[in-house]
Each structure stands twice: as structure tokens, then as C-alpha cells.
Design a protein around this ligand. Structure first.
Ligand code: PEP
Ligand code: CO
Length: 463
């Protein structure tokens, strides 16, 4: 039986909360939600959203949960990545396919070097809502609501653009569906065929310093595949297709609620807007609306953990969100920053281990390493990203826990948003192609380099 069918038939292991319903978050304090000025317009948009078909299916969700459980046990590695925030304007063929290409190339490097299957999860097809540090933004004498992501408002600095527009909830669903549809089409159409990794090449990187290393690896994979096929006497079709899953920060709870559904032959509720939603660092309060919403859905879920989370808070979150200790249910994504990881992470690992829990541990080396440089750009230094990731492997090894994945902000475009990397981007280079409206992303080269560094740190024969 294939993996999907098995997952579909797996028994219900999560005890269903009888005191939960998709709207029960509304009784709790909900942070980071926009203020809509027309309740009727909001209600109509949510009604419309509630009628639209879902973006993913329950059997895909359960299949991913199983894979994440295997990653927690060290039998797979999670590669989760994509933009900090998607935008409606970026819902284009080249941007989507380039992002997919980067993730496919990275996963090839990881599979080859770690000798482990990789679970690929995009931060896409729904990553349209952003938590912000302030509710308003002031420029000169004018103060307006902050930009909260394309699911809420527009980034232009005018009162009309910054209005929280309920129609955007419906447009967000449509753009997610278009993205999903294209990704599914590419994957089903053989885009990810291991016989043709040249399909994944990005035109502008021919001159990259990393290309020789990457090409040599691709060549050796091609040879192994041809050897296996000669041995088997036919072509290995299973290498023509891979799985790709979606994730986003489930921030805007009205939107998530409207896509939370029951499905035939399954108990409980699924968030069918994405396979793998996560709770952001700013909305992970135990008694808050987000934790209330997440506790009732059957998806695999993740929580972002910053340096201020205490072991006690974490254990209580785990008890609420994963009372049954179900394999694959809970992923803990730490994003401490290079300055704090040594101090903040060991106590969390020790507490979880002492409780006998085995969540999937993932390192996000991006969000704790954001800084503003003299020329005003918000950036991240490649050397800090790399150092946090390498430190994370060491801290887990010392604690006797397992780091099973990485969470990155990246793009397939030739942007100049993060400093350093093989090409040594400098502060002056940032202005060349800084496109992000929110956080700085690794560009193609920096992403591939990071995948190679993970392999050097953890691969066969590595530390
Ligand atoms: C993000 O992932 O873009 C984000 C806002 O992360 P965090 O909640 O970890 O700050
Ligand atoms: Co971000």
C-alpha cells in the first residue's frame, strides 16, 4: 500500500477536544488581528470563503504528519523554506518555479549528503499575513495602520491602501489556489524528475562559484540512477515524482477558521488551507486565541520559539497542543539568534527530553539574526545564519536530542538582501536588488551554499 493510502486509513490517535469548535478562539485574546471597519463586509467575505473548495486534502495532511514523525525519529530531514511573505503581485510563473527549483536543488544536495529522504515544505500558497511589531506606521506627520500582509491590506503608504479589506481574504485564497495548482502541475508533469535535474537550473547562475560542486554531485546522482536502471532493466519511475507540501503562519484566525472543515470518513477538524500551519513567536501565548485554535485541528503543527520562552511555558504549550504525544503532530522551531542560542536552547531541550517527549526539532537561523545596518536596510549576515545552524546541531548533540530540519527564508531570485555568502555581498550591494517588503531572504546561491554547509556539518563522515 502506498504512503498516502496508509495515512488515509491510519486510526485516529488524537483525542478530540469536546470543548472546542473552529470559532472557540474568539473567546480568547487574539493578538495581531486587523481591525475591519465594516463587520457586514467581513461576514460576507468569510461566508464566501467558507463556501470555496479547500486548498489541500486531509489525506495529504495525514501523510505529511507521518513523514514529520519519521523526521523526529531521525529517519528523514525537513527542508522548510520560502518567502518571508508572499505577495499577490509575486504570484507569477517564474517566481514560483524558481523558488521550487531552489528547493529541489537544495533537497538534492541534502538527500545526497545526508543519505536521508528529505521532506519538502514550502512557505507558500498562503503565506500572506504578517505579524508586526507596531499597529501603526508614521511617516513625517502622517500615521496609518501598518502593513499586515496582502491578505489584509496593501503596502503602499496611503489611507486607502492600508485599510483592512475583507475582499483580500477571498483573493488570498484564490492566489494560494493558483500557486498550489501551478506547483502541483509542475511536479506531476515531471518538473522534479531526477532524470532531468538540468530542468532545475536557473539561467543566471552559470557563473556561480558553487556550480562546479553542484554539477559534480548531479552528475554522480545521474550515474547512480543510470546504473540502477541498467541493473533493473527498466526506468525507475518513482524518481520522476516527489512530494511537496505547503505551510504558512496561521495568523489571521478568521481566514483559518473559514477553511477549517470536517471531511467524510475522518473524525475531527482539519485546516484545509495548508498542510502544515505554524504559530508565530508573537502569538504563542498559552491562553491566547492562536493556541486555542490550533489545539483543535488535526494537522501537524509547529510553534516558533524565541529566546524568552521558558521551559515551563514550553511544556505547558506541548500539553495543550499535543496531549496524546502523537508522532508528527508537533514541530518545535527554535529561532534564537546566534547571540542567544547557547544560553536559551539547552534548557528547552533538556525539559522536553526529561518529559519523554519527542517532537520534531527544527532550526530557523533567520529570525533571531535580523539587524538594521547603517544605510537603513534590514538584513541578516550569512555568517550568523550559518553559525546559528551549526551551533544548533552542536547543542542538540550535547543534549542528546535530534535536530531534524531547517526553516529558511529564501527565494530563487538574484536578490541582495542578506550579507556575505560565497560571493561576499556587502552593505553597499544591498541596494542592487533588495526586493523584500518584510524580512531579508537568502538568494539562490546563499541557499544552495547553506544546504552544502549542512551536509558538511552533518553528512556522511561529517561531525
Ligand atoms: C516569520 O516566520 O516570518 C516570522 C515572523 O517568524 P517569528 O514568528 O519566528 O518571528
Ligand atoms: Co520573516
Amino acid at each position: 500500500m502506498n504512503q498516502l493510502a496508509q495515512a488515509h486509513m491510519s486510526p485516529q490517535t488524537t483525542r478530540l477536544a469536546s470543548d472546542w469548535e473552529p470559532a472557540s478562539w474568539q473567546t480568547r485574546p487574539s493578538l495581531q488581528q486587523p481591525t475591519y471597519d465594516d463587520p457586514l463586509e467581513l461576514a460576507q467575505a468569510l461566508h464566501k470563503l467558507g463556501q470555496l473548495p479547500p486548498l489541500v486534502t486531509s489525506w495529504e495532511i495525514l501523510a505529511l504528519k507521518k513523514l514529520l514523525g519519521e523526521a523526529a525519529a531521525g529517519r528523514r530531514f525537513l527542508l522548510q523554506g520560502g518567502d518571508c511573505a508572499e505577495s499577490f503581485d509575486d504570484c507569477t510563473s517564474p517566481l514560483i518555479s524558481n523558488r521550487l527549483k531552489v528547493m529541489l536543488q537544495m533537497s538534492l544536495v541534502l538527500v545526497h549528503g545526508l543519505q536521508l529522504p528529505v521532506v519538502r515544505v514550502g512557505r507558500f500558497a498562503g503565506q500572506y499575513a504578517k505579524p508586526r511589531s507596531a499597529d501603526t506606521e508614521t511617516r513625517g506627520s502622517e500615521t496609518l495602520p501598518c502593513y499586515r500582509g496582502d491578505l489584509v491590506n496593501d503596502s503602499a503608504f496611503t489611507a486607502q491602501a492600508r485599510r483592512a479589506d475583507p475582499q483580500r481574504l477571498v483573493r488570498g485564497h484564490a492566489h494560494s489556489a493558483m500557486t498550489m495548482n501551478f506547483v502541483r502541475g509542475l511536479i506531476d508533469g515531471g518538473f522534479a524528475d531526477l532524470h532531468h535535474p538540468e530542468y532545475w537550473d536557473l539561467a543566471w547562475v552559470d557563473h556561480s562559484p558553487l556550480q562546479n560542486e553542484y554539477r559534480a554531485m548531479v552528475e554522480s546522482i545521474g550515474q547512480s540512477l543510470r546504473f540502477m536502471e541498467t541493473l533493473a532493466g527498466n526506468s525507475i519511475d518513482s524518481y520522476q515524482r516527489i512530494d511537496f507540501y505547503t505551510s504558512h503562519e496561521a495568523l489571521l484566525l478568521h481566514y483559518e477558521q473559514a477553511l477549517t472543515r470536517q471531511v467524510p470518513r475522518q473524525q475531527g477538524w482539519f485546516n484545509l488551507s495548508t498542510h502544515f500551519p505554524w504559530i508565530g513567536m508573537r502569538t504563542a501565548a498559552l491562553d491566547g486565541a492562536h493556541v486555542e485554535y490550533f489545539r483543535g485541528i488535526r494537522n501537524p503543527i509547529a510553534i516558533k520559539l524565541g529566546p524568552s520562552v521558558t521551559p515551563d511555558q514550553l511544556l505547558r504549550l506541548c500539553d495543550v497542543l499535543d496531549p496524546e504525544r502523537e508522532p508528527g503532530r508537533l514541530t518545535l522551531i527554535h529561532r534564537m539568534g546566534i547571540a542567544k542560542i547557547d544560553v536559551a536552547l539547552p534548557a528547552l531541550l533538556a525539559a522536553i527530553k526529561a518529559e519523554g517527549r519527542s517532537p520534531l526539532w527544527v532550526c530557523d537561523p533567520m529570525h533571531g539574526n535580523t539587524e538594521a545596518v547603517a544605510n537603513g536596510y534590514k538584513t541578516r549576515r550569512f555568517k550568523n545564519i550559518r553559525a546559528e545552524l551549526e551551533t544548533a546541531f552542536d547543542v542538540h548533540a550535547a543534549a542528546g536530542t535530534h535536530l531534524g530540519g531547517v526553516h529558511l527564508e529564501l527565494t530563487g531570485e538574484n536578490v541582495t538582501e542578506c550579507l556575505g555568502g560565497a560571493r561576499g555581498l556587502t552593505e553597499d550591494d544591498l541596494a542592487l536588488a533588495y526586493k523584500s517588503q518584510v524580512d531579508p531572504r537568502l538568494n539562490y546561491e546563499q541557499s544552495l551554499e547553506l544546504a552544502m554547509l549542512i551536509v558538511r556539518k552533518r553528512g556522511h563522515g561529517g561531525a
